[in-house]
Design a protein around this ligand. Structure first.
Ligand SMILES: Nc1ncnc2c1ncn2[C@@H]1O[C@H](COP(=O)(O)OP(=O)(O)OP(=O)(O)O)[C@@H](O)[C@H]1O
Length: 241
């Protein structure tokens, strides 16, 4: 099922945040959204989740469940990993929950509590929880943002494999050009204040992609050029600008 933003504007009270945002994610497609801090990426995810309504324009969302992964795992510390999964997917048996954990490299950890995990393991458990609901839409908000680079690389590889095994329409917010180049089919660059779509890039090559593939480096170059052009076209577009 697909996700469509058509001419979407969003104001918080009198404050315009997004203007004329159009993007389309076909069924099973991964669309990455990159942009400077504060430009409205989380707002875009809230619109995609149906937690906010656009001020103007239309958001057409897949009917069905939504899986979320945030920058931090947000597991309930007093529950086991198995119980954390079953809290959001109550129809799962304990064995099925363990199976999801095994798919993200956490075989045999179902009875652990979040406090027993490293950051990277907790983040993988959050991915398992998001996918265990069998979502029609997956929303990833900087999923590797809090991880060191080696752990982030593992998580990205894990996500790439999972999304190939079971494609889900996905909106991925990231600051990281490599993450977009590895995981996305399409990258949307947001910029300006209020933020508009400054450009869209189709990422060549089938997923999963090898980080050492020269095509991935080429995508990152193109993406950086697009971001730099967006900065010139819409200066002052973010808190970091
Ligand atoms: N509930 C709200 N009410 C008013 N303003 C808000 C609200 N939520 C966010 N904003 C403002 O809207 C703008 C966009 O915020 P948003 O969190 O969507 O940006 P972002 O690109 O996700 O930022 P970051 O990358 O730092 O997470 C910011 O200027 C923020 O201060």
């Amino acid at each position: 099922m697909s996700l469509h933003f058509d001419g979407v504007a969003l104001d918080y009270g009198a404050r315009p945040v997004l203007r004329d945002v159009t993007l389309h994610a076909a069924p099973g497609e991964v669309v990455a959204v990159v942009g400077r801090s504060g430009c409205g990426k989380s707002t875009l995810l809230s619109l995609a989740a149906g937690l906010l309504n656009p001020t103007r324009g239309a958001v057409t969302r897949p009917a069905g469940r939504v899986g979320f992964v945030f920058q931090d795992a947000r597991l309930l510390p007093w529950l086991t990993l198995r119980e954390n999964l079953r809290l959001v997917a109550p129809t799962l048996s304990g064995a099925q929950a363990d199976d999801w954990l095994a798919r993200v490299g956490l075989r045999g950890r179902g009875t652990d509590r979040p406090g027993q995990l490293s950051l990277g393991m907790a983040q993988r458990a959050a991915v398992a929880r998001a996918l265990a609901v069998q979502p029609e839409l997956l929303l990833l908000d900087e999923p590797a943002g809090a991880l060191d680079e080696l752990t982030a690389a593992d998580l990205r590889a894990e996500l790439a494999d999972l999304l190939r095994a079971r494609p889900v329409t996905t909106l991925l917010v990231t600051h990281h050009p490599l993450e977009a180049a590895l995981l996305a089919d399409q990258v949307v660059v947001l910029g300006g204040r209020p933020a508009t779509v400054q450009g869209t890039l189709r990422v060549p090559g089938a997923r999963p992609r090898d980080p050492d593939d020269p095509a991935v480096a080429g995508t990152m170059r193109d993406l950086r050029a697009l971001i730099a052009r967006a900065d010139r076209a819409a200066p002052g577009g973010g808190e970091a600008a």
